[in-house]
Write a protein of this length. Structure first.
Length: 98
């Protein structure tokens, strides 16, 4: 079984450059170091949308194994992750293949 962790984020006002540097060079490597996570891709939400959007950035992390194992790995690692206050209002969704 496999799945994805989808993370919607915003940068603190005026701090996009700092946010993207931290996310690409610190946060993504930390998440990929967690056992079940095998890849990551980041996106900026396009200006033109069908529905209003609340977040500017989206990260897709692929994991192998059950969703609960990936969720537990994130929860266990949370106290040691180097978080940045340049990230505001994160939302996460874990999905798994059917």
């Amino acid at each position: 079984m496999s799945g994805q962790l989808i993370v919607f984020t915003n940068a603190a006002e005026g701090r996009d450059e700092e946010f993207n540097d931290w996310y690409d060079n610190v946060h993504v490597p930390e998440i990929l170091a967690l056992g079940p996570f095998v890849s990551a891709q980041r996106y900026r939400v396009a200006e033109e949308q069908v529905f209003p959007q609340t977040h500017t950035y989206v990260a897709l992390y692929e994991f192998e194994g059950p969703a609960d194992v990936a969720s537990k790995a994130l929860t266990a690692a949370a106290p040691t992750l180097q978080m940045s206050d340049s990230m505001v209002d994160p939302h996460m969704v874990v999905i798994e293949s059917r």
